[in-house]
Design a protein around this ligand. Structure first.
Ligand code: TPP
Ligand code: MG
Length: 620
């Protein structure tokens, strides 16, 4: 007879999660390092009770953290997972109804960025004894529907535990997806509020310490042979390094392969830092937010070797950038490897680079030396551009980034939306992959502070610099209070330019007249073009418990950042930027323009649009 333990579903869940580990390359990590949560009637008596009972409260096996907003706590889990190289993450427990639907945006962000997060929303009574309960959707077509069904399309695994007996299989399925490099993303276990509190006799083996091996799949020999043939035929290859290089811990192999074979390396947002910025083969950011160096090479390359990239429209300049190239894609996910009619190498980035290196190395293959030298020249010219943008005397956004880049060596910079991701992608000098954390899969306003909290929890030894625009700040600044509560120190650089600089410029370029992109009072003509709003973001940050410093020029910014770094407390450095020179796009981005309009600006924008669209290669 097997030994059993009588626990509620929620108690069993908490005990199970605390005993899950990952292992890769012989190193073990806690899979679920803690649980963020906001309680309501849908989880307080189940998961809440279980978290409270598990230990003395301070060194619980599954530490609990109180957040301010359910969307934010999923961002925190995603930031944690990314900084941990996807080997460790956090769980998030919510009540039913709005607490659960608040997590939908965070789940989409995690899934799109291929980051593991575990979501535990409460759900309606499985017995339906008291229906309709508070916050119940009540779909007249089906009593089986609940708002948690919104989490299905944004989750890579979704299950509802309607009976205690279903829990073990649901948990095993959830852990498998969280730890599978090809399938990972948001994982949702919806937990009906009555089932959470129901007791069951669990077999002891459910609670055994379990280690999930994170695989490094090796390339299939025939696929490797095809890839090698393609490489041998190439004289102008270009590597596009994506997040998979980082998550596969393949940066050293990439540097070796590129250096040995003279292959220039361009980087996506998720891949930035894969090579140190001053590596002889590094040509910087690629795509719509790319450098002139990388984008010029991309247009001329005969072979694009995508490594761990999902080829977003920013990377491909909406499929206009790679004019002549064939594609060889190395990706652990067959779905991404197959993009652009590529020759595919479905494998771990490190294993694939090692295999490719030994296969072509023995044959002495190298890129055309003229191509390698040209790449180095273009890259050097771009470094001079960066110096020019960083060297201004006024507080333009590039100057802010330049000062921060000096101070932030060894730290991590975090950003997600607005005009900063583009400037960061082109200008930021990253020396190692852990230093650059721009969430650009979902580019979600509000990710910055919440995500930064997760980064700092995952890497307490690193200084964490959160860059946040005024628009993003106003959307989601409340996790400053959570950072203060936990004594987790962030340096938050709040860049105020009175609204949406990014969308303002985009709006103008598509003939939409900057409508709704500046923070202004409604003016006498009935438009939002009146006086500046009397909103004091520095005072707002102070009210949440942060120390606040204000910078007015490059010198005071440098001093404020130095003070923030020296302080043990979360500090907001408030900066009002002035408009000034910023790097322009070298490559296009497809944002459709009105085909007919009474406005001359819009008609001119449409003409430019149709011209640019001719270069698009949309179907492969
Ligand atoms: C949640 C969310 N809503 C809307 C957008 C569209 N959007 C992208 S950038 C942006 C403005 C960001 O403003 P701010 O943070 O001040 O940055 P700035 O553009 O001024 O640099 C908007 C509205 C988004 N990315 N995320
Ligand atoms: Mg702004």
């Amino acid at each position: 007879m097997t030994n059993t333990t009588r626990l509620t579903v929620a108690q069993a869940l908490v005990r199970f999660l605390a005993r899950q580990w990952t292992e890769r390359d012989g190193v073990e990590h806690r899979l679920i390092a803690g649980c963020f949560g906001i309680f309501g009637h849908g989880n307080v008596a189940g998961v809440g009770q279980a978290l409270a009972e598990q230990g003395a409260g301070t060194r619980d096996p599954l530490p609990y953290y109180l957040a301010r907003n359910e969307q934010a706590m999923v961002h925190t889990a995603a930031g944690y997972a990314r900084q941990s190289g996807r080997l460790s993450t956090l769980a998030c427990t919510s009540s039913i109804g709005p607490g659960a639907t608040n997590m939908v945006t965070g789940a989409a962000l995690a899934t799109i960025n291929r980051l593991p997060v575990l979501l535990l929303p409460g759900d309606l009574f499985a017995t339906r004894a008291a229906s309709p309960v508070l916050q119940e959707l009540e779909d007249p077509r089906s009593y089986d529907a609940s708002v948690n069904d919104c989490l299905r399309p944004v989750s890579r695994f979704w299950d509802r535990v309607n009976r205690p007996e279903q829990l073990p299989a649901a948990l095993m399925g959830a852990m498998r997806v969280l730890t599978d490099p090809a399938e990972t993303g948001a994982v949702t276990l919806a937990l009906p509020q009555d089932v959470q509190a129901e007791a069951y006799d669990w077999p002891e083996e459910l609670f055994a310490r379990r280690v999930w091996h994170v695989a490094r799949p090796v390339p299939e020999p025939a696929a490797l042979a095809r890839a090698v043939a393609l490489l041998r035929g190439s004289r102008r290859p270009l590597i596009v390094a994506g997040g998979g290089v980082r998550y596969g811990d393949a940066c050293a192999e990439l540097a070796r392969f590129a250096g040995r074979h003279g292959v220039p390396v361009a980087e996506t947002q998720a891949g930035k830092g894969a090579l140190p910025y001053d590596h002889p083969c590094a040509v910087g950011a690629i795509g719509h937010t790319g450098t002139r160096a990388a984008d010029t090479l991309a247009r001329e390359a005969d072979l694009v070797i995508g490594i761990g990239t999902r080829y977003s429209d920013f990377t491909t300049a909406s499929r206009t950038l790679f004019r002549r190239a064939r594609f060889l894609n190395v990706n652990v996910a067959a779905f991404d490897a197959a993009k652009h009619a590529a020759e595919t190498l479905v494998a771990d980035a490190r294993e694939a680079l090692t295999a490719l290196g030994s296969a072509v190395g023995d044959a002495g293959w190298r890129a055309d030396p003229v191509w390698t030298a040209r790449a180095a020249e273009l890259a050097a010219a771009w470094q001079a551009e960066i110096d020019r943008f960083y060297g201004g005397t006024e507080l333009t956004q590039p100057v802010v980034l330049g000062v921060l880049n000096e101070v932030a060596a060894g730290g991590v910079v975090i950003n997600a939306a607005g005009s900063m991701p583009g400037d960061l992608h082109r200008l930021w000098r990253a020396s190692d992959p852990g230093q650059y954390h721009v969430e650009y899969g979902y580019s979600c306003m509000g990710y910055e502070i919440a995500g930064g909290l997760g980064v700092k929890l995952a890497a307490p030894e690193r200084e964490v610099f959160v860059l946040v625009g005024d628009g993003s700040y106003l959307m989601m600044a409340q996790e400053i209070a959570t950072a203060v509560q936990e004594g987790v120190k962030l340096v938050i650089v709040l860049v105020d330019n009175q609204g949406f600089a990014s969308i303002g410029a985009l709006s103008e370029s598509v003939g939409a007249l900057r409508l709704g992109t500046a923070y202004r009072r409604r003016g006498p003509g009935g438009r939002l073009d009146g006086e500046r709003l009397p909103v004091d973001l520095a005072a707002n940050a102070a009210s949440l418990g942060a120390d606040v410093l204000t910078a007015t020029d490059p010198q005071t910014l440098r001093a404020a950042l130095a003070k923030a770094v020296a302080s043990p407390r979360t500090t907001v450095v408030y900066v009002e930027t002035v408009p000034g020179p910023a790097p322009a796009a070298e490559a296009w981005w497809d944002v459709p323009v009105a085909e007919v309009s009474g406005l001359a600006e819009t008609r001119a924008a449409r003409e430019r649009y149709e011209e640019a669209k001719r270069d698009q290669r949309p179907y492969l």
